[in-house]
Design a protein around this ligand. Structure first.
Ligand code: TK8
Length: 346
């Protein structure tokens, strides 16, 4: 009798154990002991800090998804490269161990070369045109190139026009950049552009940048003014030149493994929130940007505006980069994007 009870107990615990395991394999939808479905967790990681317009956009996204799902989703935000750098986080999305991230297009080049078209120097004339091209058919086609890499690109957000800082001298022309060690994102187009300008570029993840500037292993870097101010780069950099040399879009993306386990309704909810929070983020970013040159001056930086002639020198010096990447990006794609830009730039 005792033996039979023991056997029964063992069998029951085995069943419970198996039930527990299968609960875990079905996405991250788990069932609690009361039979209530537990929240689905969406972990979102970024490199920037909590003051960044990007983080404010993520807070909006969180609110929309949590409210819109009546609390079935919990969106957890991780700033400051806590979950790793952009390349590592994209890898985690592919593996299905992290749900979402929002890198610049530059580090995405390692997964899909098509994104490099947006990294070409002096491509977009202004934000408005960038919005129209990114949110149009070409932008969508490029997002779709991520699907067979295990990632769904949901929406373009804005990092913004990038400006050059350094700790050696005021930069007004490419000649002033000669030999300066400049950190770039991990992207061949960015490297080629800074080589063409006569600088000595080194690729590095964002999380290592501040220390590298502080220790003087690099002389400078390039990022939008919001980042230069909100990440306190003025503590370790003296000069900023308003070069607008690249426009960096962000891509808000989600793990395909996670995505495929969601209902159509939930996919719609997340996609809609990604787009709407993106519209808010772009707006907020642009508002913030207006005060940033002044903030940086007040913080002690020398802010250098370039004359149209000086800007033209930068543009001319980097012109060859387009030809250099024609094969890798695709000549047709470059032409298509240029034509779209011309269409909207009126
Ligand atoms: C942070 C990056 C950052 C980017 C860079 O993850 O690496 O310089 O501009 O904002 O997305």
């Amino acid at each position: 009798m005792l033996k039979r009870i023991a056997a029964l107990l063992m069998a029951t615990s085995l069943v419970l154990l198996l039930a527990g395991c299968s609960g875990k394999t079905a996405g991250n939808q788990q069932t609690s002991s009361t039979g209530q479905p537990q929240k689905k967790i969406i972990k979102v990681g970024i490199g920037l800090n909590e003051k960044s317009p990007q983080y404010k956009g993520l807070e909006k996204f969180k609110e929309m998804v949590e409210k819109g799902s009546n609390g079935r989703f919990e969106v957890q935000l991780y700033a400051n490269s806590q979950l790793g750098d952009d390349v590592k986080m994209m890898e985690a999305l592919r593996m299905g161990t992290q749900e979402m991230t929002c890198p610049s297009t530059a580090p995405i080049a390692g997964l899909s070369k098509k994104f490099m078209v947006f990294d070409l120097p002096f491509l977009f004339p202004n934000e408005k045109v960038a919005d129209q091209v990114l949110d149009g058919p070409v932008g969508q086609k490029i997002l779709d190139s991520l699907t067979d890499k295990g990632i769904i690109g949901l929406a373009y957000w804005e990092n913004g026009f990038r400006q050059l800082t350094n700790n050696k001298r005021e930069v007004k022309t490419p000649a002033d950049l000669k030999g300066l060690k400049i950190r770039t994102m991990e992207n061949p187009v960015h490297l080629a552009t800074f080589r063409a300008l006569g600088a000595n570029p080194t690729p590095m993840p964002f999380g290592e940048l501040f220390t590298a500037m502080q220790q003087g292993t690099i002389d400078g870097q390039e990022n939008p003014l919001t980042t230069i101010y909100l990440q306190k780069f003025y503590e370790v950099q003296k000069y900023v030149s308003l070069t607008n040399h690249f426009y960096s879009p962000f891509v808000f993306m989600i793990s395909k493994k996670f995505w495929d386990g969601l209902s159509k309704e939930d996919q719609e909810l997340i996609k809609k929130a990604a787009k709407e929070a993106g519209a808010f983020q772009r707006q907020y970013n642009r508002e913030q940007m207006k005060q940033m040159a002044d903030n940086l001056r007040k913080a002690g930086m020398v802010v250098t505006e370039l004359t149209p002639e000086q800007m033209e020198e930068f543009r001319k010096a980097t012109e060859g980069v387009y030809k250099q990447f024609e094969n890798e990006i695709g000549k047709d794609l470059i032409e298509e994007v240029k034509a779209e830009i011309a269409k909207y730039n009126k």
